[in-house]
Design a protein around this ligand. Structure first.
Ligand code: ATP
Ligand code: MG
Length: 334
């Protein structure tokens, strides 16, 4: 599989100078063409900051203070660093290559316009040469793709359920024929059944349309079911990354284990639900060593002092995976 997006050593701060708080720390993550990559972590771990940072949509005072995000266009065109694009290039990149459905997106439909108007506007902006009739056909097709009947085009947003509004947003995102769809916790406001339906639908569309998905949620059990790979974030860092089944079967970081125990599994062996005691770190006063050590049931000497490096665990053969934990210290590289 070939990469479509390579995030390399990305740092994101809120504020400048002494006031700066680092919310994303040295994150490296690769999204492959056509894959579903799940990103999980507790509230405040930096998931949204990463998503906004890599698309350069960070609201102030957020700034990307280091690293690069290399995009590989389809058809073998030259890769480029999204962080180095001019504003005009960036606008084109966003429209043409990535679509983002952000947290709370379902509330961003304009309440005074019908679904049709909003969907047609997006299609018109993306494909200005289509005739009005062809645009309408496309709008119908997009709604059908996301499982909404075409007669909903005449509805106003308030006439749709939350799940339907969310699916309209996905339809709008797909109107742009993106290479990458980023969904940031589109489901928090929705019930569990709806969450599964929407992610399931996205995975099915991905198989037909071939885009890659970065799906961000608290709910690890959902990711275990639907994603190809999972990355776990804590205190602004990636602490573990593995194929979904591997992570589920044999998670190595005690934090991943804790997250797995925080949600009921949908299938497979049942775990006792216990959650993770304690609370996420204060970014202004990060613990020394591994940021998770104050909450970790397995912490030992090095954990308090030295930050573990993210790397392949030497005690596990098999599929590509990484972990940042002193229980499985990565072999020094180079
Ligand atoms: P959630 O699951 O609740 O969406 P998240 O993983 O998306 O959480 P972020 O929203 O990325 O987390 O926040 C990461 C950290 O950055 C948090 O500690 C948060 O307090 C901080 N943060 C977010 N936005 C700002 C801001 N505008 N100014 C200062 N700090 C911020
Ligand atoms: Mg968030």
């Amino acid at each position: 599989t070939t990469p479509v997006l390579e995030i390399k050593h990305l740092d994101v701060d809120y504020g400048l100078g002494d006031q700066a708080v680092r919310a994303v720390r040295d994150v490296s993550l690769t999204l492959h063409r056509g894959e579903v990559l799940g990103l999980a972590g507790e509230s405040g771990s930096g998931k949204s900051t990463l998503a906004y940072g890599l698309t350069r949509l960070l609201p102030p005072p957020g700034v990307v203070s280091g690293g690069s995000v290399v995009y590989h266009p389809p058809g073998g065109a030259e890769p480029f660093d999204v962080m180095a694009l001019t504003p005009a290039e960036l606008r084109r990149f966003r429209w043409a290559e990535t679509s983002i459905v952000f947290q709370g997106a379902m509330n961003s439909l304009n309440p005074v316009h019908k679904v049709a108007t909003q969907l047609l506007d997006v299609i018109k902006a993306h494909e200005p040469r289509l005739s009005p009739a062809a645009r309408l056909d496309r709008a119908r097709e997009l709604l059908r793709l996301v499982g909404i009947s075409a007669d909903r085009l005449d509805s106003y947003p308030h006439q749709l359920s939350g799940g339907m509004r969310q699916r309209v947003m996905i339809g709008m995102a797909l109107a742009l024929e993106p290479q990458i769809v980023i969904m940031d916790e589109p489901t928090t406001a929705l019930d569990v059944v709806m969450q599964r339906q929407i992610l399931g639908q996205l995975v099915e569309l991905r198989e037909r349309l071939g885009f890659a998905v970065l799906f961000i949620t608290h709910d690890l059990s959902l990711l275990v079911e639907f994603s190809d790979r999972i990355a776990i974030m804590y205190g602004g860092r990636i602490v573990e990354e593995a194929p979904a089944a591997t992570l589920y079967r044999d998670s190595l970081h005690p934090y991943s284990e804790g997250l797995l125990r925080s949600f009921p599994a949908l299938r497979g062996p049942r775990r006792e639900l216990s959650g993770i005691p304690g609370s996420p770190p204060d970014l202004r006063a990060m613990p020394t060593g591994c940021a998770f050590h104050p909450r970790c049931p397995k912490a030992f000497d090095p954990c308090h002092e030295k930050i573990p490096v993210l790397g392949p665990p030497p005690d596990r053969a098999g599929p590509a995976r990484t972990v940042a934990c002193w229980l499985h210290p990565a072999a020094p590289t180079g």
